[in-house]
Design a protein. Structure first.
Length: 191
């Protein structure tokens, strides 16, 4: 059965359809059945330490991003960063999670199916994936690097933003240095 293009699903319509849990005498019960797990597994990559700059990938408008698009963007950005600056010199994070369950009404799509089935109009459908609902100016991904690696990180996000169904832009933010508090200095002097 061929997959529908994501343009059928990337607009936000109605309330989110999410997995819900209900506590019963027999334990927790799931309301939405048959939802596949999101493809994306790792939400943080690299080494978390003090960096000078943070580069952000920010959504320009509202949309639904599939878990497959999030995973593709993560893989492409992580591969570019790891290849050019090494695993120890960046900290990449995915900042959205695909909670929304996406449904499709499956139709027969083999030879002669037009004779057998027309399909129901506006049918409810069965779950086939998940998506993250994002609003305008929401941060999607962030990477922290030092000053000399900023152009490489920008290039990595330029590659990653091509995987999303909506327009995104890149922002560079300089991080403030953490200064030691005066209380610890006074305690060190006293001892």
């Amino acid at each position: 059965m061929p997959k529908r293009p994501w343009s059928s699903y990337h607009d936000i319509k109605g309330k989110p359809y999410v997995k819900r849990w209900k506590k019963t005498k027999k334990g927790r019960r799931e309301y939405v059945h048959g939802v596949p797990d999101p493809k994306i597994r790792m939400f943080t990559m690299g080494k978390n330490k003090d960096y000078e700059y943070e580069i952000l990938l920010i959504s320009d408008n509202r949309a639904q991003i599939s878990h497959l698009a999030l995973e593709a963007a993560r893989i492409s950005a992580n591969r570019h960063l790891r290849k050019h600056i090494g695993r120890e010199n960046y900290f990449l994070r995915i900042l959205v999670y695909p909670h929304h369950v996406v449904r499709e009404h499956r139709l027969m799509s083999f030879a002669g199916a037009d004779r057998l089935q027309d399909g129901m109009r506006k049918a409810f459908g069965k779950p086939f994936g998940t998506a993250a609902r994002v609003r305008r100016d929401q941060k999607l991904m962030s990477v922290r690097v030092n000053k000399k690696h900023v152009p490489i990180a920008q290039r990595a996000f330029k590659v990653a933003k091509m995987k999303f169904p909506q327009h995104c832009h890149i922002e560079v933010v300089e991080l403030k240095k953490k200064e030691p508090s005066s209380d610890t200095e006074d305690a060190a002097i006293a001892t």
